[in-house]
Ligand binder design. Structure first.
Ligand SMILES: *Cc1c(COP(=O)(O)O)cnc(C)c1O
Length: 389
């Protein structure tokens, strides 16, 4: 087998265009929220087919403000998935509300609508589905539940820029009330750190915009531009969540090659599936007919009955042979903070716990070369054969 240098789990894909955009921002003297943020918002809105988009400095902030705009507060409950990153639960807790975890569908790793239905109670105000890896959730079923129980839907689309159900993109402003994207360094499109809310309702978007900038009256960000004014009002308690023009410049450069980047992700995912399909040791990621998978992650699941090493040992075996992998995600409800605060115990969400325990995310990014992917596949298959029962 050919020797390869270490293949990291993730590597952001940038070229000269990001550098040019950032340089231009710095030269222009406009570093913080300004014209590039507006252009970036308009471009993302167009990409997903939404009427409104508000850029913020993380998806965590996007979730926080969306929940705030939905009126979530102390005593309220938000039903969400425990198969997710810290941010999803955190944003609910910032508002004094309670995250209520519903178990996932073990095939898709997304919220199981039937489990969601069982967790809806008197205090439930919103649903917060997470499109894991970029595979869209069952929004038809979740919307039916939301309608019946008069709940808002805010989706965590940190993985789902480029995902669609039929011809409708995740974030189009109709599949959910508000959709939250992440532009963190590892995500399908990056601004270093950044996020965005898209939504159908213009007044909601204005509220989120205001909340992202200290609750200042409209367009206060223009106050240092010619024609701006020094006058502003503080209309409500807000936060400091605005995105900078420097970051938006990176985003604009990334957007211009987004379709090409997504094509590479799709090709890499298809290649993993083609060559691992016959491997009994692994279960491959689900795809749902009629939906577009954004392929943020390729989550492989080990079959413990076939392999005689555990997940940690498997990851280590790959690492010593130069392959970086990761785990998405450890069950949120079982972290010590959640156990201590809410009394969750192992066994409460069996599908999440079982699937999480055998999940390994493979390298998947536009900069991964065919040769590198070939090496990842060789090592994976060889390691699986070596440790078969
Ligand atoms: C990355 C991620 C987030 C948080 O995104 P930030 O932009 O880093 O705040 C939220 N949810 C999921 C599922 C994520 O993977």
């Amino acid at each position: 087998m050919r020797a390869c240098r270490f293949i990291p789990f993730n590597r952001p894909w940038t070229d000269g265009s990001e550098i040019a955009e950032v340089t231009e921002s710095i030269r222009s003297g406009w570093l913080t929220t300004g014209p590039k943020v507006r252009r970036f918002e308009d471009s993302v809105a167009r990409l997903v087919g939404a009427r409104n988009a508000v850029a913020v400095n993380s998806c965590t902030a996007a979730l926080h403000l969306s929940l705030a705009a939905a009126g979530i507060g102390p005593g309220d409950e938000v039903v969400t998935s425990p198969y997710t990153f810290a941010a999803t639960g955190e944003a609910i807790l910032y508002l004094g509300a309670r995250p209520v975890f519903a178990d996932i569908d073990p095939v898709t790793l997304n919220l199981d609508p039937e489990q969601v239905r069982r967790r809806i109670g008197r205090r439930t105000r919103a649903l917060l589905p997470v499109h894991i890896a970029g595979l869209p959730c069952d929004m038809t079923a979740l919307r039916a539940l939301a309608r019946r129980h008069r709940l808002a839907i805010i989706d965590d689309a940190a993985h789902a820029l480029g995902s669609a159900i039929g011809r409708r993109s995740i974030g189009d402003g109709r599949l959910a009330d508000m959709t939250c994207f992440s532009f963190y360094a590892t995500k399908n499109l990056t601004t270093g750190e950044g996020g965005m809310v898209t939504c159908g309702d213009a007044r909601t978007a204005e509220r989120i915009r205001r909340l992202s900038l200290h609750g200042l009256s409209r367009d206060a960000w223009k106050r240092y531009a010619r024609g701006g004014t020094w006058r502003y009002d503080i209309v409500e308690l807000g936060f400091k969540y605005n995105l900078t023009d420097v970051a938006a410049g990176i985003g604009l450069a990334q957007l211009s090659k987004f379709r090409a980047m997504q094509r590479v992700r799709r090709r890499l995912a298809r290649e993993y599936t083609r060559l691992l399909k016959a491997e009994e040791a692994f279960e491959l990621p689900a795809e749902v007919p009629g939906t577009t998978h954004a392929w943020h992650l390729y989550i492989l699941r080990m079959r413990p009955r076939v392999l005689r090493l555990d997940r940690a040992a498997f990851i280590e075996a790959l690492r010593v042979r130069g392959i970086g992998t990761s785990v998405h995600f450890m069950p949120l409800h079982l972290f010590s903070f959640y156990r201590r605060t809410f009394g969750y115990r192992a066994g409460s969400h069996p599908h999440t716990e079982r699937e999480s325990a055998r999940a390994i995310s493979l390298p998947l990014y536009p900069g991964l070369t065919r040769a590198e992917q070939g090496h990842v596949l060789d090592v994976l298959i060889d390691t699986a054969r070596r440790y078969r029962r």
